[in-house]
Design a protein around this ligand. Structure first.
Ligand SMILES: [Zn+2]
Length: 241
């Protein structure tokens, strides 16, 4: 079973105390219903049994999906964050010391660190649909930048996969202010995704910065590295000069 403890929580609304399950390891192969809870945003939300108040409680946990070979640290606290960075960096260093054939044979899990439940839900959805979270992050930054040009109050975009009326799946970005969805979804076509994946395929293969945290900062650094490389190309320098 997934590992959990029972902790007593005090309702901030009515002050009554009730027990909740707090997981330190969310193993979704052993307990597949936990994956749905993570994706639907109910894993880290409890309803007070006395007054019905919805209480969001995000805590440190390791999400593991051995089937998809994914391990994600949900680091709610700085302490756990530092620990996760240290341990995952160590693991990645050990892996890069192995040769490619051994690495392919071992087929090790992708390691990621996120800081909140919304980002964890996104990662799980992305990997569950066989998508590359790095490509999604690049697309998000492009769409966020253009969205912010007309709506400066938009703070982020939530990646989601919905169903169309005819039953097809449809990727989209939902503009956010804080945790609230504002404006209509920005549809992301499969073609848009695959073109971006193809365009940056080699650059992503060659990019050596840490991919433990694939987020907006990661995407900004990646684009900056591409720009720097492009201005280094002699033909571009000549064109510029
Ligand atoms: Zn209550």
């Amino acid at each position: 079973m997934a590992r959990y403890d029972i902790e007593n929580v005090t309702c901030p609304s009515c002050g009554k105390v009730f027990p909740v399950k707090v997981y330190d390891r969310i193993d979704v192969r052993r307990d597949p219903k936990l994956k749905k809870k993570v994706i639907h945003g109910t894993m880290f939300a409890e309803h007070c049994p006395y007054c019905g108040e919805k209480i969001r409680m995000v805590y440190d946990a390791m999400y593991a999906d051995p089937t998809y070979r994914i391990t994600i640290a949900l680091a709610a606290t700085d302490e756990f964050y530092k620990q996760a960075v240290k341990e995952m960096e160590k693991e990645n260093a050990l892996r890069s010391a192995k040769d490619d054939i051994v690495r392919d044979y071992l087929n090790e899990a992708t390691l990621r660190i996120v800081r909140d439940d919304m980002k964890l839900a996104e990662k799980v959805l992305i990997f569950d649909n066989d998508l590359d979270d790095r490509v999604i992050e690049l697309l998000r930054l492009v769409h966020l930048t253009s969205q912010q040009a007309t709506n400066p109050e938009v703070t982020d975009m939530l990646f989601n996969i919905g169903q169309t009326k005819d039953g097809h799946t449809q990727m989209c970005f939902l503009p956010l202010i804080g945790r609230d969805i504002v404006n209509t979804p920005i549809v992301l076509s499969n073609l848009n995704y695959s073109r971006t994946a193809d365009k940056y395929y080699h650059a992503l293969e060659e990019y050596k910065e840490s991919d433990l945290e694939v987020n907006r900062e990661w995407a900004e650094k990646f684009f900056a590295a591409i720009d720097a490389k492009n201005t280094d190309e002699p033909e571009n320098r000549e064109a510029a000069g």
